[in-house]
Design a protein around this ligand. Structure first.
Ligand code: GLY
Length: 386
């Protein structure tokens, strides 16, 4: 097992534990007498390791609540429901709130813990790859409000984020790939040799999956679970490396006044894509909607094109970096070609919640492992991308 600390100044404020099994979670929970666990209902049903964990928690008299997470129900009402449940069950200021689930669950539970009795401690067991490398690290909590994603929330650090690769064995391939896109994003920001290693791993996993499912017609979930188990060692190393990159950035800029903006690589485009899919349905896609990771993948490719236009005024299409990133994503079975025009995305991007003084911070990749944040108006972006 490994441990990565997140600091506020010199003080460790949160720890990310990597490579453990769910059985070892006991050590993280030992210091707390009053534990309240909120568990994603899908994971509880589909992941044997999580249902074993729940049995163990029940035996230890941990109060448990089941949550059916969705973007639609990522609301203040759901957070208030968690708070009501805490009140009804006598949760005090010394309570420890544990979230077991993907990013929607951890965001809402972290938010509930941050406001309940002016803040109680909380810890996460992220059950998706996306939450393990991104959402459950760094303390961003919140809910959607009106038409905006994650517009209400606070930054407050969990006591721990406990990353267990075993839970990924029951994650569907498409959801895994969504997390793979966020992991590749992290390594485009800070490489250290991990970008290639991750892209090669996901390429191999995707190849093995297609042979077994397409050629031999084997059961998709079982095949994918076996592939994740087979590669769990390399996967664990890469999850740890991505967590280390994120923990480092958050330690240097917890409240996103500067460097942390880098983690939004591809996200301004991604949010516009997700909003358009929500508005007009998934008609332009060959698949059902778009996952967050797929939207980030499309956003990263667009960011690479924007970077080339911005730095070199190079209008060759596709550019070298764009070509490299999109080829890697595509080879890993991550859809990365955006079906919307820049004009269609423009109105949504100008309302980006991170816009300041009419400018939006775009994260521009210059190379794998080197990005820069540049404030641009959406009109400037439209001109450059035309
Ligand atoms: N997901 C980006 C961040 O945590 O800053």
């Amino acid at each position: 097992m490994g441990q990565i600390n997140i600091y506020s100044g010199n003080k460790p404020v949160s720890r990310v534990v990597t490579g453990g099994t769910l059985k070892d979670l006991d050590a993280c929970l030992k210091p707390y007498r009053h534990i309240f666990a909120v568990v994603d209902s899908n994971v509880a049903q589909k992941c044997p390791a999580v249902s074993q964990l729940m049995d163990g928690l029940r035996r230890n008299k941990v109060e448990m609540m089941s949550l059916e997470p969705s973007e639609e129900h990522k609301t203040l009402d759901t957070v208030m429901g968690i708070c009501s449940w805490l009140l009804e069950n006598g949760a005090d200021r010394d309570a420890m709130l544990l979230a077991v689930g993907g990013g929607i669950t951890t965001d809402m539970v972290g938010f509930a813990a941050s406001i309940y009795k002016r803040g109680v401690r909380f810890g996460y067991v992220p059950t998706t790859l996306l939450a393990q490398v991104d959402a459950a690290i760094g303390g961003k909590t919140g809910v959607n409000f009106e038409k905006y994603k994650n517009i209400l929330g606070v930054i407050r650090q969990p006591v721990f984020t406990y990353i267990c690769p075993q839970v990924l064995e029951s994650l569907p391939e498409r959801d895994f790939c969504s997390g793979a896109a966020e992991m590749l994003k992290t390594f485009v920001i800070e490489d250290g040799g991990n970008y290639r290693k991750a892209a090669d791993l996901f390429f191999d996993m995707s190849g093995e999956y297609h042979v077994e499912v397409m050629m031999y017609g084997k059961d998709e979930r079982k095949v994918w679970g076996d592939i994740v188990r087979k590669h769990s060692r390399t996967l664990t190393e890469l999850i740890g490396a991505a967590a280390r990159v994120k923990a480092g950035i958050v330690s240097r800029d917890q409240f996103e006044n500067g460097e942390r903006r880098k983690l939004n690589l591809g996200h301004t485009f991604a949010h516009a894509i997700e909003t358009l899919v929500q508005r007009e349905g998934s008609g332009r896609f060959n698949m059902d909607g778009v996952t967050h990771g797929e939207a980030v993948a499309m956003g990263m490719v667009l960011a690479a094109r924007l970077a080339d236009r911005y730095y070199r005024n190079d209008r060759n299409d596709p550019t070298e970096l764009e070509d490299r990133i999109s080829t890697d994503l595509w080879d890993c079975n991550i859809p990365c070609f955006c079906p919307y025009s820049i004009e269609e995305m423009a109105a949504i991007m100008s309302k980006d919640k991170k816009a300041e003084g009419g400018k939006v911070h775009f994260v521009l990749p210059k190379a794998v492992g080197e990005v820069e944040t540049v404030a641009l108006t959406v009109e400037e972006v439209c001109r450059l991308m035309a």
